[in-house]
Ligand binder design. Structure first.
Ligand SMILES: [Zn+2]
Length: 317
């Protein structure tokens, strides 16, 4: 089978994150699992750690590739081993959140203590906003590896990037798998602090307004780091580059022409990021470069109207 976009890189990143997860003490023995998205032409696909293998002995070729088959309307597995028992949970997370490129599932001890009490982590510390909201919720219990568990986790992740899973563990997601791992580490850290805090008495929590302020500041940081992190933005398709679409919304399947187009736009992105860095360095106010970008976008819109998709698809390689 032909490799998917970013497959080789995704395999490496899963191995790195799996070792990182074990090294950070987030899992004991063979518990937990890690996955990263790779895809082609809008088809959801990802690589996940196999079931029951030691992380230290894991090689890129050991990972399971799972993708959605539009013909049979089923998830298809390929690889030398059985995928992790929670593969369906990862699959449904990727399907529901197209912008997410990595998922980490752990049984990290302190967070799991709270999960076993079905205790969400409230806004006792501003870093709880790393979840994307004002708390870290706890998904309802269901038997591991079942569609019901996948549904419960999806429900908890509706407006969050991480959650506890009752009587089980933690799930964290991110635009790539290293971000998902950082978030899983943060959840464990927060859980640890929260447990100690509870031992001193009832915990004081930040107000909704205070947390909204934190979330706004986090989102400004994220925009900035996305812009400045050029190496990362050149790596994966899921962290900024659009899937190319016809004017009627259909995905353009991945052809050589799309790949070249993709590369050219990445290069433009890098040049624009350089220009913005220079603007920041010499002290231009942000309104000024926003004005420049808006003018550029308005110019494109008037000069290049959308074409008929049939015309576009003709002659595709
Ligand atoms: Zn588990």
């Amino acid at each position: 089978m032909k490799p998917f976009d970013n497959e080789a890189r995704a395999r490496e990143s899963v191995i790195r994150a799996a070792l990182g997860m074990a090294g950070a003490g987030l899992v004991v023995n063979k518990a937990g699992n890690v996955s990263a998205r790779c895809e082609e032409g809008g088809r959801t696909a990802f690589l996940i750690t196999p079931s029951g293998m030691d992380y230290e002995s894991l090689r890129p070729a050991d990972l399971s590739l799972i993708y959605w088959d539009d013909g049979t309307k089923q998830w298809v597995h390929s690889g030398p081993h059985k995928p992790s028992s929670e593969w369906l949970m990862h699959a449904e997370i990727y399907r529901a959140h197209p912008g997410w490129g990595g998922v980490v599932h752990t049984h990290s001890p302190r967070a799991t203590v709270l999960a076993c009490r079905q205790t969400p982590i409230p806004a006792f510390h501003y870093m709880v906003a790393a979840s994307g909201g004002e708390d870290i919720p706890c998904a309802k219990y269901a038997l591991f590896g079942t569609p019901e568990l996948a549904r419960n986790v999806l429900e908890a992740l509706k407006e969050r990037r991480c959650c506890l899973i009752a009587h089980h563990g933690v799930v964290a997601a991110g635009s790539d798998v290293s971000q998902a791992l950082s978030l899983a580490v943060e959840v464990e850290n927060l859980a640890s602090m929260y447990i100690e805090l509870l031992a001193l008495g009832p915990a004081e929590v930040l107000t909704k307004d205070q947390m909204r302020e934190v979330l706004e500041k986090f989102s400004a940081y994220e925009d900035n780091s996305r812009r400045l992190s050029r190496r990362e933005s050149a790596q994966t398709r899921s962290d900024g580059m659009p899937l190319w679409k016809y004017a009627d919304g259909r995905n353009i399947s991945c052809t050589e022409k799309v790949k070249v187009l993709d590369e050219n736009f990445r290069e433009i992105g890098r040049l624009m990021a350089d220009a913005l860095d220079d603007a920041v360095l010499i002290g231009c106010p942000s309104e000024q470069y926003r004005w420049a970008l808006e003018n550029l976008a308005a110019g494109l819109k008037s000069r290049y109207p959308d074409q008929n998709p049939e015309e576009n698809s003709r002659g595709g390689s």
